[in-house]
Ligand binder design. Structure first.
Ligand SMILES: *Cc1c(COP(=O)(O)O)cnc(C)c1O
Length: 375
């Protein structure tokens, strides 16, 4: 049996539309310069990595061997403590954040979660799902957490465990909360019962190559880190990586063993294809390749900021970020380039596929509009 000619035609048309839509966007942190053709034959099999990637299962149609290598690669990149890490390939940054918060709540059921105003919209939902007590902290103008507000708030609740949800690359301005500064605050109030989760959805795969290196990983004091796979690395299917200190995971693995199950991940069935995508990407590029991609993106962002300023637009960006922020632009151009806008600001994200000529075309469009307005 095959699809009817009519439906086959519809699918073909849809494919062309998607190709065009993919070409034009510049406002979302999603790489499009990937090719995974070598993996296509694997789409014929019901790959499923259900369960813990590090524990053998009777089900054998899986890619857990590759998943483990991916996790190991990121454990090293994120400076996880030797032989004291665990993780898995998730369905995206949101699941990794949910996992980190879940772990924190299991360890500190009475803890309060602190997160900044600029935190990703999915986090409130996660906190609601987990029924966790939480307090929103003010953000500074650049999108980074306001350490003074955090300090004052923690001071008032110093008798309770502190669960910090830190951002390394906020959604709108790519601001990075400094975990080492946050730790000083926790030290100041002698809060021993603490947990720090690092949401590095976009920047987790960029930060290791920046100088100075942002404070966001295990060596800086994070207990768990979540990264999106389809953002900086690139994937046709959303995915991500979550890593946590193994000693902490083991504590909740026991509590799950109590109900007769060693199911350590959030979902039951898990994607067996995306770990291969991640594996392919990291092996194709290696650390050197990823470093070059990061360098290219930062340079393009610098160029974008300069070009926008040169036509009188008040563009700015956080240090070493690949996101350029500027006052809200016209609906026409927002639509044309799929540029996300919130609270009066628009951003353009220089993912690795973005070249100077893309920026030139966008700046020329903006300039043309400005001139038309002036007439
Ligand atoms: C994209 C993003 C998320 C959500 O990640 P998904 O992979 O889309 O689930 C969470 N936090 C930040 C800062 C993000 O940029």
């Amino acid at each position: 049996m095959a699809l009817s000619p009519k439906l086959a035609k519809r699918l073909k048309k849809f494919t062309q539309e998607i190709r065009q839509k993919t070409e034009s966007y510049m406002g979302y942190p999603v790489s499009k310069d990937f090719e995974y053709e070598a993996l296509l034959p694997l789409l014929q099999y019901p790959l499923n990595n259900l369960g813990d990637p590090f524990i053998d299962s009777t089900w054998k149609v899986d890619s857990r061997e590759f998943e483990r290598e991916v996790i190991e690669f990121f454990a090293e990149l994120l400076r996880a403590p030797k032989n004291n890490w665990w993780g898995y390939v998730t369905n995206g940054g949101t699941e990794g954040n949910l996992y980190g918060l879940y772990l924190a709540r299991e360890l500190y059921p009475k803890g309060i979660c602190y997160f900044s105003q600029d935190t990703h919209y999915s986090v409130s939902k996660n906190l609601h799902l987990l029924n966790m007590r939480h307090i929103m902290i003010r953000s500074q103008d650049n999108g980074e957490i306001d350490y003074e507000d955090l300090r004052e708030t923690i001071r008032l609740h110093r008798d309770l465990p502190a669960i910090i949800f830190a951002n390394s690359g906020t959604t709108m301005t790519e601001a990075k909360d400094d975990i080492s500064k946050i730790r000083l605050i926790l030290d100041e109030f002698s809060i021993a019962n603490r947990y720090i989760h690092s949401d590095a959805a976009l920047c987790g795969a960029i930060n290791p190559f920046l100088e100075p290196r942002p404070h966001y990983d295990f060596a800086d004091g994070a207990d768990s880190i979540s990264i999106s796979g389809h953002k900086f690395i690139g994937s046709p299917i959303p995915c991500g990586i979550v890593l946590a200190r193994k000693e902490k995971v083991d504590r909740i693995a026991r509590s799950i063993a109590y109900i007769g199950c060693l199911d350590t991940t959030i979902t039951g069935s898990r994607n067996g294809f995306t770990p291969l995508v991640m594996w392919y990407a990291i092996n194709k590029w290696g650390k050197e390749g990823l470093a070059l991609r990061a360098k290219h993106s930062v340079e393009t962002a610098e160029y974008t900021e300069q070009q926008l300023k040169s036509i009188g637009i008040e563009a700015w960006r956080n240090h070493n970020s690949i996101t350029v922020v500027f006052p809200e632009i016209s609906d026409d151009l927002k639509e044309k380039y799929q540029l996300a806008t919130a609270n009066g600001i628009t951003h353009l994200i220089c993912m690795p596929n973005i070249q100077k000529h893309h920026i030139d075309a966008f700046v020329a469009d903006l300039e043309k509009e400005q001139k038309e307005k002036d007439v």
